[in-house]
Design a protein around this ligand. Structure first.
Ligand code: SER
Length: 309
């Protein structure tokens, strides 16, 4: 199976490329940043339609993983560029994949597609959605577009509404859930952290290994098993900054966190605290492995292996 990964240098791509290689895929990893993988790599600006078409013609992938994005905070700071990357590029990827006869496409949606009138606990698969941030508006539009491409062009697009993703080895930038990764590094190096969210802001989160196994399971599922053509809810765990601080203090008791909320607070408060992921469990056997203690243990282990402690 030949796979093309777009945005392979980001937080998800860095974990997905090695996982696809482990599964025996032939992978072409692309990004605008230099990539260092034991597989074929290429420069690709996702907004470059012709470049994308050329790569699809030459590589002829069966599966495309489109991960290029500007996250929620960055999209507020660079609205036009954010919109182009998050929506225009996604549209172009879908179009190019139809043209190139790609068998299936993965792209990432987000909990940011929900809004203040969405029920925040055990958020259903099909609730009211009124995102207040540009990132979420683009993701919700992307979900509609994905379903449209499935029904109009028979393009087998699949997607997950990712919550905050936590993993070692990469400091995510431009998101609202980034604090959860940054806190580990700050605890190790500075023993203190200034959090831009209020201590009790609970958000859904996922350990990176669960995110990757989710993508792989979803993409390996038979076509007829997929009943959600927008994007599936998935849930792993929920925690607040204060709860993460308490977990980190078990290993580093001197770690202190202060709270200076900024504009990201409003975005976070419009997102779910937990999600009902029963469609994903039923359709393609979504089974996350990590809760908060398991995540913290995995992070310490991985950071020690990377020589960070
Ligand atoms: N992790 C993303 C963000 O914080 C949400 O999908 O923007």
């Amino acid at each position: 199976m030949r796979a093309l990964v777009i945005g392979a240098g980001g937080q998800i791509g860095r974990a997905l490329v090695p996982a696809l290689l482990d599964y025996g895929y032939q992978v072409l990893a692309t990004d605008i940043v230099p990539l260092d993988y034991p597989t074929a790599t290429a420069y690709l600006d996702v907004l470059d339609k012709e470049g994308l078409r050329r790569i699809l013609r030459e590589w002829q992938p069966e599966a495309v993983y489109h991960l290029a994005a500007y996250l929620s905070a960055k999209s507020e700071m660079e609205p036009e560029r954010g919109w182009s990357i998050n929506l225009t590029a996604t549209w172009q990827v879908f179009d190019a994949c139809v043209e190139a006869n790609v068998d299936r496409v993965f792209w990432a949606s987000s909990i940011a597609a929900f809004g203040p009138h969405t029920p925040r606990e055990a958020t259903p698969q099909y609730p009211h959605m009124d995102p207040i941030g540009l990132y979420g508006i683009a993701k919700l539009t992307g979900e509609r577009l994905a379903e449209y491409y499935y029904y109009r062009y028979d393009l087998d697009v699949r997607s997950l509404r990712f919550p905050g993703i936590i993993g070692p080895g990469y400091l995510p930038q431009g998101g609202t859930t980034d604090f959860a990764v940054h806190m580990f590094y700050a605890a190790l190096h500075e023993k203190r952290y200034t959090c831009y969210l209020q201590p009790d802001t609970r958000l859904p989160m996922l350990y990176i290994d669960d995110a990757i196994s989710g993508i792989i399971r979803l993409m390996q599922a038979p076509r007829e098993a997929i009943t959600v053509r927008g994007a599936y809810n998935i849930h792993g765990m929920s925690f607040s900054p204060a709860e993460l601080v308490a977990e980190i203090q078990k290993a580093i008791p001197e770690f202190v966190c202060e709270y200076v909320p900024d504009f990201r607070q409003k975005l976070a408060e419009s997102w779910p605290r937990s999600l009902d992921d029963s469609y994903a469990r039923r359709d393609w056997n979504w089974r996350p492995q990590y809760d908060l203690p398991a995540l913290v243990e995995a992070m310490w282990k991985a950071l020690a292996l990377h020589g960070q402690s």
